[in-house]
Design a protein around this ligand. Sequence first.
Ligand SMILES: Cc1cc2nc3c(=O)[nH]c(=O)nc-3n(C[C@H](O)[C@H](O)[C@H](O)COP(=O)(O)OP(=O)(O)OC[C@H]3O[C@@H](n4cnc5c(N)ncnc54)[C@H](O)[C@@H]3O)c2cc1C
Ligand code: FES
Length: 272
Amino acid sequence: MIRAPLRADASVLENEAMGAANRRLRLLVPGFEGFEPGQFAMLSPGAVGGALRFDPLLPRPMAIYRASSGSAGAEVEILYKVSGRGTALLAQARPGEQIRFVGPLGRPFPDLRSDRVALLVGGGTGVASLYELAVRGARLRAGAVRVLLGAKSARDLMGHADFSSLAVAVDVSTEDGSLGERGLVTEPLARWLADEPASDVYACGPTAMMRAAAALALRFGRRCFVSLENPMACGFGVCLGCAAPRRDGGFALVCRDGPVFDATIVDWERLA
Ligand SMILES: Cc1cc2nc3c(=O)[nH]c(=O)nc-3n(C[C@H](O)[C@H](O)[C@H](O)COP(=O)(O)OP(=O)(O)OC[C@H]3O[C@@H](n4cnc5c(N)ncnc54)[C@H](O)[C@@H]3O)c2cc1C
Ligand code: FES
């Protein structure tokens, strides 16, 4: 069920560092009633000393990792990497401070099919978009989901313990070999596509990873859905800042038409 987005002042419950530049943010969001796998929120970083700060002006899109409801509102979790000015400000938010939250936004991943194996491929911060999908797959049936997590190194890997606590198979690849298989996450993906004829691909991560996953899925004749992470300004189809090129010409707005797309509609050559 796709719910209408709400705009709320969310209270920071926790904002903990996890390895390299990664952080886990827990927010109490009044009125939040749930989300679908792959949906995101726009967070206005920079709450300092309990006062809302509007610098930088534009909010930052973040996948909703997981949420659970309580009497005072829902606890919403975000996994993020400090990569620039907005996320550096987000990292300064302390428990008790407030952050402006708009969400859930965007079109989610399609429902998993009970007669197929879903290969969930997450690279870097992209794993955050896939956790709720893994939760739902674990409920569907044993063996419905195989999660392939990739990162540069063990310190960069996000969500490994959370995914491993679900009843799903989890494979890890790191580029430096510090955890799991050495190499790119698309290498085990190619093997699983060959071994598992009734499989579909659900991918989120760096553009190069999604491009490679889409090409592999095409080669093996499988469905592939990607969650694009284009930079965004407004988050709801007004500024045109998130446009992604379509293969049939023209553009799709990642915030409004996505972020999840069937990989065959994306013009991967023109996507930056
Ligand atoms: C739907 C969606 C969901 C996302 N979910 C998450 C998430 O769960 N966790 C997370 O850590 N990040 C996520 N991102 C990416 C996140 O929004 C950006 O990393 C963030 O906006 C960067 O803001 P900044 O001010 O810190 O960096 P900036 O100062 O804006 O940029 C820092 C560097 O990152 C590059 N950059 C900026 N935005 C993006 C982007 N969207 N993709 C790739 N490179 C970018 C810039 O070119 C620059 O090199 C998501 C993006 C989208 C669109
Ligand atoms: S972010 Fe403004 S149109 Fe998509």
